[in-house]
Design a protein around this ligand. Structure first.
Ligand code: SR1
Ligand code: MG
Length: 400
């Protein structure tokens, strides 16, 4: 749709009163879709229409079924029930126009943009840990009746978007793929420490196959800070078009890595020492709390909500949670590597103007990323996650 078409569409589906004075602006800045904000200036109401085309917005090279828009609208509806208050409300899904109408969240801001401005959100770890436990545990075989769960697996089969993740996260960052976009100052470091490390390549292969075969939980599938709208007292998760049944740790690791990008940005761009320490401490506390609150809330929800008989066997909950935390560490590492090496970048790094500062931030991410993957089995607590980040920071700053 053009902006003009979107106004006609809003009128046709009778979303606004007859006397509405509608305006429209296309505000999408993601990689795949078009996002129209429709405002009724007369009655001061607004909504969002998100439309999926047959190819990705960033490149015709990615041919994608617009069915992703159905997946997005359906999972938003499900998450609205599982994690009330943490996703926008969906008003309409249209399988002909491949578009979904939902709440306008313009009173919030995109979390990545806010973090690049070094803003703090003290309630975020509490909010997102509830969202993660509710959406991940409550869609798993631990809680959902198994035939019903298999129906959900069918409904959310998402081959094309999974292929993007398989390629961009699990495959291309691990060799000198022509589609990669490595910053020239970081390329030698990448070649030596990533592409030439056979042990790391083997671990990436194991992880790729876990991603493709472990239908554990209904994932958001792309839970980075650009998929979160935030304000002081509210967190809304958007854009779940990559949703499918995969390893629960994928969402948690994705999120933590993106908090680490904010950390690396703050570390090299905030000049005043006290302000920098304060901001980095906020991010360290947030990362630690995300892991620890997830663990606490997961244990509690398991005790209250598990329906599967074997879930009550002694030691099983601990075993299951351990595998999620191991996968969380691994995906934290994978996301850290792929955003530095691969095609899809993050502004936290690309907006760093000073060349040496950007190289330093990227090396922190690459060093931590590699450790998260290789040592994933022993990274379980918030303190363990922080230890990897701070060690990477120390070795990078010392020029190792
Ligand atoms: C072609 S899509 C590139 C990236 O954008 C999305 O947000 C996902 O993160 C994907 O990997
Ligand atoms: Mg997106």
């Amino acid at each position: 749709m053009t902006e003009h078409d979107a106004i006609d569409y809003a009128k046709a589906i009778k979303l606004f009163p007859e006397d509405a004075g509608l305006t429209c602006k296309e505000i999408g800045d993601g990689n795949l879709n078009y996002v129209f904000k429709i405002v009724d200036l007369k009655n001061n109401q607004s909504i969002i229409i998100k439309q999926a085309g047959p190819v990705a917005r960033i490149s015709d090279e990615f041919k994608l079924s617009p069915d992703r828009n159905r997946i997005e609208s359906e999972i938003l509806g499900l998450q609205y029930k599982l994690a009330p208050g943490f996703v926008p409300k969906v008003y309409n899904y249209d399988p002909i126009m491949n578009c979904t109408v939902m709440d306008d969240l313009s009173d919030h801001e995109i979390m990545r943009k806010a973090l690049i401005k070094h803003k703090k959100f003290p309630l975020f770890a509490d909010h997102i840990s509830t969202f993660l436990v509710n959406t991940l545990l409550l869609t798993s075989d631990v809680v959902v009746e198994h035939k019903e769960k298999k129906e959900l697996v069918k409904r959310f089969i998402n081959p094309e978007l999974c292929e993007i993740t398989e390629d961009l996260v699990y495959t291309e960052p691990f060799y000198d793929c022509p589609r990669n976009e490595v910053f020239e100052g970081s390329k030698e470091f990448v070649r030596k420490n990533i592409w030439n490390d056979k042990k790391l390549l083997l671990e990436s292969a194991k992880l790729k196959f876990e991603f493709m075969t472990n239908a554990q939980s209904l994932l958001h599938g792309d839970l980075h800070t650009g998929s979160i709208f935030i304000k002081r007292d509210s967190t809304k998760v958007i854009d779940p078009e990559f949703a499918f049944y995969g390893p629960a740790g994928y969402d948690i690791g994705n999120l933590i890595a993106n908090l680490i990008f904010a950390y690396a940005n703050g570390k090299v761009t905030i000049e005043e020492e006290e302000t920098r320490d304060d901001y980095l401490n906020y991010l360290i506390t947030t990362i630690k709390n995300v892991v620890n609150l997830f663990t606490d809330k997961f244990n509690k929800a398991w005790d209250e909500k598990a329906t599967e008989r074997v879930a009550s066997y002694e030691g099983f909950k601990e075993y299951y949670l351990d595998t999620i935390l191991r996968d969380t560490a691994a995906v934290t590492g994978l996301e850290l590597l792929r955003r530095v090496i691969g095609l899809a970048k993050v502004k936290d790094l690309t907006t760093i103007e000073d060349r040496e500062a950007r190289i330093c931030a990227e090396k922190i991410c690459l060093t931590a990323g590699k450790t998260f993957i290789l040592n994933r089995a022993s990274i379980k607590t918030g303190a363990d996650f922080i230890n990897v980040i701070q060690t990477a920071e120390l070795t990078t700053v010392k020029g190792a």
